[in-house]
Design a protein around this ligand. Structure first.
Ligand code: AMP
Ligand code: ZN
Length: 114
């Protein structure tokens, strides 16, 4: 989808600071980091949000979760801990409508989230 920012990152039309790539997923630094470590993990294929994922996406969703774990280790967060978040729709504040998992780390976080 050429009007989707994250599809354009996958296609290499928009620059990003890549931290991981495999056949199905990509991880890159968030442009507006909310923590010392803030990485986004996305499927290369356009899916609007978790709410749009299908049964056929089962292994892709597992891949995305494992990519989060892999990137967090790569960033040295596995001992201190970190948060993985995905925003879905208006109430959650989703602004980019291509499924993405936020990996946030390097500081403490509140619970419940704001
Ligand atoms: P969300 O609010 O969950 O939809 O998150 C979208 C995230 O994408 C925000 O944290 C933005 O800072 C981030 N973002 C938007 N455009 C870019 C970009 N070109 N490169 C990296 N991150 C981006
Ligand atoms: Zn997209």
């Amino acid at each position: 989808m050429s009007d989707c920012i994250f599809c354009r990152i996958v296609e290499g039309d928009i620059p990003s600071t890549m931290v991981h790539e495999d056949d199905e997923s990509l991880a890159f630094e968030d442009l507006n980091p909310q923590a010392p470590v803030h990485v986004l993990v996305i499927p290369k294929r356009h899916i609007v949000s978790l709410a749009d994922a299908q049964e056929a996406d089962l292994s892709l969703l597992g891949r995305l979760m494992l990519t989060c774990s892999h990137v967090a280790k790569q960033k040295g967060l596995d001992e201190s801990g970190y948060r993985v978040v995905t925003n879905i729709g208006r109430n959650a504040g989703q602004t980019v409508f291509h499924l993405h998992l936020h990996i946030l780390g390097g500081r403490g976080f509140q619970w419940p989230p704001g």
